[in-house]
Unconditional design. Structure first.
Length: 419
């Protein structure tokens, strides 16, 4: 006897397909017909997969290829979980990526060398969900937050081939960076990329992310200070809203001049450190274990903060209470749950304006990262006290060491937010 739940699933699926064909017309009908034929051909394979389960477990997983942060971080953390024994290491895992949009072809190439990837994993994964017990055949992918602190305890899983290494060094020199010269990747999130993604996924609307945006012009002072300290500064971004204007030649607006998918990965993997907001691109230096100075960090909560790597620094955006005309303290952010607002309308509904970091705040954390890497940074007793006070707000009652430090200059300037 066929289970009633299975019948309901099939009926709901058929009704949804009919409605989509009515709305989409002949083009959708042809696409649905092709998919139906493909699915019919996959049914015998799925039955074999299910029959083999007592002997070998075959699982199917989806890689979040439209967005580089999830494509990089979620996938890397899956591999870290395998190394740590948190995944079923006896299972054979087969993956697929989104057939309609690929955020970075170089990252796609590198993952295809590391993972089992097949186009047919997509229909098989979707078919699995129709039958009882489907959960066992779906790879449980982690989020992009390193909740177990695995990145600092496991190896890097992405590798450049020798040919890619040679090509990458040549490409870096072509940007005007001499061989062996240190450089910093600079990135400020804006809405340009997601606005383009919106054209591919008309059902989606990305404006709720705008509270995370920042102005690249606020980074000019930090870029020029790093240039004076002997760095080349490479402004990153696949699509950006405005140029980075500076008269100093070590500052390169690569996002608007010479940007490629390959160099997005290579530059981020080989930089001295990464200075930027918590958007998708910051996942690339993260999975390559490069030091990161996060700016405009938002939302601010203990899970996101504790998931940052031990050699990271961060400075958060400030939250301005419009009615009271003052900034929220860190305790207020924690207690009011504002640190867990993930949509712009949540801030608006509570009368909160999200204020990005100033040029001075960004310069301060950039200088601190530079001096920490050079071994010249001097921490004062007052700095350590401020760090402990911040930690007591977001991580009370635990002996777990904070993996990332808050920028010292930021806390000095805003010690009142610790009250």
């Amino acid at each position: 006897m066929v289970p009633a739940t299975l019948v309901r699933k099939v009926v709901c699926l058929l009704v949804r397909q009919v409605n989509e064909i009515r709305e989409g017309g002949p083009r959708v009908f042809l696409r649905k017909g092709y998919n139906l034929l493909l699915w019919v051909l996959m049914v015998p394979i799925l039955l074999v997969v299910r029959a083999l389960r007592p002997v070998v477990l075959i699982r199917f997983g989806m890689l979040a290829s439209p967005r580089i942060g999830h494509f990089a971080a979620n996938t890397e953390l899956y591999l870290c979980e395998r190394d740590a024994g948190l995944q079923n290491n006896r299972a054979i895992d087969i993956f697929y990526w989104d057939p309609f949009f690929m955020c970075n072809t170089q990252l796609k190439k590198m993952w295809s060398r590391t993972l089992r990837v097949s186009y047919f994993a997509r229909p098989l994964r979707r078919l699995c969900r129709i039958l009882p017990g489907w959960e066992k055949h779906v790879v449980p992918m982690p989020s992009d937050v390193d909740v177990h602190g695995l990145l600092s305890r496991t190896r890097v899983h992405l590798r450049f081939t020798p040919e890619e290494e040679r090509f990458g060094r040549t490409a870096v020199r072509s940007l005007g960076i001499p061989e062996g010269s240190p450089y910093v990747c600079l990135f400020a999130r804006d809405s340009a990329y997601l606005d383009t993604l919106h054209t591919y996924y008309s059902r989606e609307h990305w404006r709720y992310h705008d509270y995370r945006d920042s102005d690249i012009l606020n980074c000019i002072a930090a870029a020029e200070e790093l240039a004076r300290r002997g760095y080349y500064v490479v402004r990153m971004g696949a699509l950006v809203q405005k140029p980075l204007s500076s008269t100093l030649s070590p500052i390169i607006d690569y996002a608007l001049n010479g940007r490629t998918d390959f160099l997005d990965i290579f530059l981020s993997a080989r930089c001295r450190f990464f200075l930027g907001s918590t958007a998708g691109l910051s996942a690339i230096p993260r999975v390559f274990r490069r030091p990161i100075a996060y700016i405009n960090f938002v939302p601010l909560n203990s899970e996101h903060w504790l998931a940052c790597a031990p050699d990271s620094l961060l400075i958060p955006k400030k939250l301005w209470l419009r009615q009271e005309r003052r900034f929220m303290t860190f305790r207020e952010i924690r207690d009011s749950r504002a640190g867990r607002f993930y949509r712009g309308e949540q801030y608006q509904a509570h009368g909160i304006e999200v204020v990005e970091n100033t040029p001075g705040e960004i310069t301060g954390v950039a200088v601190e990262m530079d001096e920490r890497l050079k071994g010249t940074w001097e921490t004062t007793g007052e700095d350590e006290e401020l760090q402990l006070r911040f930690r007591s707000v977001f991580n009370p009652g635990t002996d777990r060491p904070a993996p990332a430090r808050i920028g010292a200059e930021f806390l000095r300037q805003h010690r009142d937010l610790l009250n």
